[in-house]
Ligand binder design. Structure first.
Ligand code: GMT
Length: 384
């Protein structure tokens, strides 16, 4: 198939999923066209079967806000026509589904058929889409899509309920490449000493440092853990809450025990170095960062929110707590990190969950099957 993909190409879960999806589809022989404002950060630009089309927004003194959505719609239509795309797949409803809708209409007026699928990732529904000013257009974009997928059952139900939408929403969960996200003992042996001494436990947090991630809880939990056992923390990512994390690290007197690594491209090499992941988010529609850690054999202490319980089973492959319950989280972390047998069996269970349910090899065929169904059911009828 020839598939156009649009997403937010910089750091963020939806962009990661969209890019990894494109890479996996290209490896399976599909022709992939990324239509985005910059090259998705996980692409090298050298992958076979992958093309990148930059959306340039021309500015004009009259525009206080350059019309990106229109530039995107125009580019979508151009690329779709030039490369005879079968389908557009947009990630994150706002504004991508509305741009795709415009592109579909522009092409239809010239007799060209271009169905589009919208994948909902979470904050497009739970935060942005529920802002009253965005709600009607988000609902319209979802309803007008030829197909809609959500990354968890939680998000599907939440979307239906919040937007009063009856139409079908297919649940296709986040996935991970289990061959890339895997613990390689030789790599761990070569790299771990850069971040922790052999007698120290290493914790990790990976996010875009937005308020919804509750970075303050990450630092607080780590502060308590570091007072009880020798430990260090890798903070991977960057965003508005990073300076809060730095301030709190000093408050808890653990600034020398935290590695502020910023944005990293090689998270698949860093995650396996850790013993435990912290994801105390206010909300996660799925929790891709936890899945990536689990595939690397790193269990997660997370919050019982959104779609997280669809990934983490309490006490089996990770631990779940109420939002803000940092005292229970730190006690559990201290106990788990002090019990090697328990930690190892949870690490094995985490890897097994990723392998059995969330590997790209299992999830990508679900997207392919969905694409086929959407293309078939939207095929214009040939008049005799
Ligand atoms: O978590 C974020 O703030 C980024 C956001 C995004 O859309 O880029 O992530 C959402 O999509 C991820 C990939 O599908 C999910 O794994 C995250 O759980 C989801 N984040 C939230 O729901 C807060």
């Amino acid at each position: 198939m020839k598939i156009g993909i649009t997403c937010y190409p910089t750091y963020g879960g939806s962009g990661v999923v969209a890019t990894e999806l494109g890479i996996e589809l290209a490896a399976r022989g599909h022709e992939i066209h990324f239509i985005t404002y910059s090259q998705p950060f996980r692409l090298t630009g050298r992958e076979a079967n992958i093309h990148f089309h930059e959306v340039a927004v021309s500015n004009y003194p009259l525009f206080e806000h350059p019309p990106y959505d229109l530039a995107l719609a125009t580019r979508m239509a151009e690329v779709a026509e030039f490369y005879s795309l079968d389908l557009l797949h947009v990630h994150y409803a706002i504004p991508h589904s509305v741009s795709a809708l415009l592109a579909r209409q522009m092409l239809a007026s010239r007799g060209i058929h271009l169905p589009f699928i919208t994948t909902l990732h979470g904050t497009d529904i739970t935060l942005v889409g529920l802002d009253r000013s965005y709600l009607p257009i988000t609902k319209f974009g979802i309803e007008q899509s030829d197909g809609v997928t959500a990354i968890s059952t939680y998000l599907r139900n939440r979307t239906r309920e919040a937007f009063n939408i009856d139409s079908e929403i297919e649940v296709i969960r986040n996935f991970v490449n289990c061959d890339v996200y895997v613990r390689k003992p030789e790599l761990v042996a070569a790299m771990r000493h850069r971040f922790a001494e052999p007698n120290e436990r290493l914790l990790v947090h990976l996010s875009n440092f937005r308020p919804v991630k509750r970075i303050q809880d990450v630092v607080e939990v780590f502060g308590r853990v570091a007072k009880a056992i020798p430990a260090r923390l890798m903070l991977i990512g960057d965003g508005p809450e990073r300076s809060v994390a730095e301030y709190l690290a000093r408050e808890h007197d653990v600034q020398d025990r935290i590695h502020f690594l910023g944005k990293q491209d090689n998270v698949n090499e860093l995650l396996p170095l850790a013993d435990l992941m912290l994801m105390p988010s206010e909300m996660e529609s799925f929790g891709l960062a936890a899945l990536e850690a689990m595939a690397c054999g790193v269990p997660t202490i997370a919050t019982r929110v959104g779609g997280v319980p669809e990934l983490i089973e309490h006490r089996h492959n990770g631990l779940l707590f109420e939002v803000g319950d940092t005292s229970s989280m730190s006690n559990a972390a201290i106990e788990l990190l002090g019990n090697q047998d328990h930690l190892q069996s949870m690490a094995r269970a985490a890897r097994k969950t990723a392998q059995d349910h969330f590997c790209a090899s299992r999830v990508i065929p679900l997207y392919e099957d969905y694409y086929d169904r959407v293309v078939k059911r939207t095929q214009p009828t040939q008049s005799a």
